[in-house]
Design a protein around this ligand. Structure first.
Ligand SMILES: NC(=O)c1ccc[n+]([C@@H]2O[C@H](COP(=O)([O-])OP(=O)(O)OC[C@H]3O[C@@H](n4cnc5c(N)ncnc54)[C@H](OP(=O)(O)O)[C@@H]3O)[C@@H](O)[C@H]2O)c1
Length: 342
């Protein structure tokens, strides 16, 4: 099969091209999936160049050689014999999933790595939304955003940021999206359902305060690493959820602790993957809520550009690195093959 295979970390992920490797052999409890779509995210770039926390020599689990990629949609080609009796998923079912090795034509994964795609949702959109279930977890479960509250999202053009905006709107919040530049802000105002898009330059914090009538926001979903700025944007007793550090280039900030006390602010980190490994029951509840929002049409996946075939993955990673993207890139790998309904 074709796959974006890394024999070693690569400092320039945009130069990656697919090569021919063996189709993975499904072990006892594995499902073999024919991948129809995959979706790159910021973490894939860090995995490729060896800068993600998951590549840490002691704590990590992503080491060369490996096939890059995490989020995929596909069709079940083979069900493990151990699960044939349960038949909750069968050959031909459309599924989404997450496991290292997704930028490929096939992947073999355990049952807990895949979920059925709701009827009526196309596989490309489902693939786009798979990797950003973090948005539902962080907005609904961690920040506990309520109807009528004001929410600020940093890195709002990104995959996770744009999904945070959608989930916050779906629960009835007023959403302020931060954008890197005016050009992207224009596209976001046109294509995203948010209440304000503010460009992250100059007096942007004052603009957030003005928009909220001087009160500040109830919650900040921070994808870029701006806790000190988030404190200044928060209302009294607000919550800041630390999701990522996309803008920090690996250098962490020192936080003004006295300002947290003065405003009674809660700062909470949320690590989706590890939380899922430790608390699978809670993760299933998160997915039930998230898939229901998707199936009910409350979240409108925002797909950026056109990327056909694994050979377009280098361009996709380049566009991500260059911050051109708003919403999610989905790379089509193969045509959708639906199970016969006869
Ligand atoms: N906590 C978790 O469990 C979890 C799960 C998934 C991802 N993450 C993290 O969440 C963050 C967002 O991930 P993503 O996949 O949504 O990334 P993404 O699609 O690349 O989006 C990141 C956004 O951050 C903004 N940004 C500002 N400065 C940047 C810089 N120097 N480099 C790159 N982007 C910059 C960009 O928007 P503008 O150009 O408009 O500023 C960009 O759209 C990443 O840090 C990722 O590692 C965390």
């Amino acid at each position: 099969m074709q796959a974006v295979y890394l024999p070693a970390f690569n400092p320039s992920p945009s130069s990656l091209v697919p090569s021919t490797v063996a189709i993975p052999s499904a072990k006892d409890d594995d499902y073999l999936i024919r991948i129809t779509h995959c979706s790159p995210q910021h973490a894939d770039i860090l995995h490729a160049n060896g800068k993600h926390q998951n590549v840490h020599a002691k704590r990590g689990h992503v080491h060369p050689p490996f096939i890059l990629g995490y989020d995929f949609a596909g069709v079940i080609e083979q069900v493990p014999s151990s699960n044939v009796a349960a038949r909750d998923l069968v050959e031909g079912d459309r599924v989404i999933g997450g496991r290292i090795g997704a930028f490929a034509e096939y992947i073999a994964v355990p049952r807990n790595a895949i979920r059925r795609i709701p009827d009526g949702l196309d596989s490309a959109s489902a693939c786009a939304m798979h990797g950003v279930a973090v948005s539902y977890a962080s907005v609904v479960e961690v920040a506990r955003v309520k109807q009528g509250e004001a929410v600020l999202v940093s890195g709002a053009s990104g995959g996770l940021g744009s999904a945070c905006c959608m989930v916050a709107k779906a629960v009835g919040a007023t959403v302020i999206a931060l954008a890197g530049d005016e050009e992207k802000a224009k596209a976001m105002r046109r294509d995203m359902d948010v209440d304000a898009v503010i460009v992250n330059t100059g007096d942007w914090i004052q603009k957030v305060m003005d928009f909220t009538g001087g009160r500040g926001v109830d919650a900040v979903l921070d994808n870029t690493g701006m806790v000190n700025d988030a404190i200044r944007c928060c209302a009294y007793s607000g919550t800041i959820v630390i999701l990522g550090f996309a803008a920090r280039g690996g250098v962490m900030e020192d936080v003004k602790m006295n300002r947290l006390l003065l405003k009674s602010i809660t700062v909470v980190g949320y690590r989706y993957g590890e939380s899922g490994r430790r608390f699978p029951k809670q993760m299933n509840e998160i997915w039930d809520g998230y898939l229901k929002m998707l199936a009910d049409g409350k979240l409108k996946p925002l797909l950026y550009g056109k990327y056909e075939g694994l050979s377009s993955m280098g361009r996709a990673l380049k566009d991500l690195e260059e911050r051109k993207v708003y919403g999610k890139i989905v790379v089509s790998v193969a045509g959708e093959v639906e199970r016969s309904k006869l």
